[in-house]
Design a protein. Structure first.
Length: 319
């Protein structure tokens, strides 16, 4: 898939991890904004199928590329958006060294591209920088409670280092940087085998299998629908400064409540089955989005059940 070389003067964005769940929605949104988009992905967790509907678009190009290696992009670039990384426990458990590299070396390479092209750089960081938080809800000013040598450390610490890289390039080289901390997000194109609560519960409910709830199910997550998240990403590109911005839905739900809701809306006869809580699994997760509201005028618009219904419609087609 090759983009036109001229592009009619349209600004160009380079998106790493663009074949992933969130990345593919971001590529769509950037194209809809009238941009040219070059996607870089090595398909460890992303899939070309997520971008198949963009084939033939003259403003879109997909390149197989490991961003941990040298990145050579010819021509102009206005935005560099770094979304490449395994993002769920099964994914980074299977690829811990790659996860560490993409958060460190990959981030440095993408920042180098942004610096060379005088482009705005946006880092997709994560709520996992807060670890198992001792402050609730989590504001951007909270430094987190992370176990650097635990099984989640390869992801948590890679993202924390990525943020440090972004700030260092901003301070030392004047790169125009942005950092978003993404809280739990769901929607079409999530992998069935992703390993997080929404895809797990939906696949199990649709198959008539028990829904596996870890621990007693009182741990919480805050679930944002993907269209709301993408609006937030674009708002950060347009209006934000170099400091981190939480993007997520402040509506908090327990895992038991989530499982029961998915059983109900799917019409499943599945029961709930409890298993041991994974090591270092956060007990609470809810963003303080005061900064996003005041700086960007952004907040989620899609309610929990509405978003889950939309995601379920997609899962019915792939399970």
């Amino acid at each position: 898939m090759a983009a036109s070389s001229a592009g009619g003067g349209k600004p160009r964005a380079v998106v790493s991890g663009g074949a992933g769940f969130i990345g593919s929605h971001l590529c769509e949104a950037l194209l809809n904004r009238g941009m040219r988009v070059l996607t870089l992905d090595n398909f460890i967790t992303g899939s070309p199928a997520n971008l198949k509907h963009l084939e033939g678009n003259p403003d879109f190009e997909l390149r197989r590329q490991n961003v941990n290696e040298h990145i050579d992009v010819k021509g102009d670039v206005r935005y560099v958006l770094h979304f490449a990384s395994p993002a769920s426990p099964p994914q980074y458990d299977a690829n811990p060294i790659h996860t560490l590299k993409v958060g460190t070396i990959g981030t440095m390479n993408m920042l180098g591209l942004a610096m060379a092209k005088n482009a705005t750089f946006l880092l997709a960081s994560t709520s996992e920088v807060y670890g198992d938080p001792l402050v609730h809800p989590q504001p951007e000013s909270y430094w987190g409670n992370v176990n650097p040598i635990g099984p989640r450390g390869c992801y948590d610490e890679a993202k924390r280092c990525a943020e440090a890289f972004a700030m260092a390039y901003h301070r030392a080289h004047g790169v125009d940087t942005r950092i978003i901390r993404i809280f739990n997000t769901h929607g079409p194109r999530m992998q069935v085998s992703d390993g997080r609560a929404v895809p797990n519960f939906m696949a199990q409910a649709l198959r008539g299998e028990p829904l596996t709830v870890y621990g007693d199910g009182t741990q919480t997550r805050s679930l944002c629908y993907v269209s709301d998240l993408i609006r937030g990403v674009l708002a950060v590109l347009d209006k934000a400064d170099e400091l981190p911005t939480n993007l997520g839905n402040p509506h908090e739900v327990t895992m038991i409540e989530l499982a029961e809701t998915i059983i109900r809306i799917s019409g499943s006869k599945s029961r709930i089955e409890h298993r041991d809580l994974p090591v270092d699994d956060p007990r609470q997760r809810r963003p303080d989005i005061t900064r996003a509201r005041t700086l960007l005028g952004w907040e989620p618009q899609v309610g929990l059940e509405d978003g889950l219904q939309r995601t379920l419609e997609y899962f019915r087609t792939v399970v």
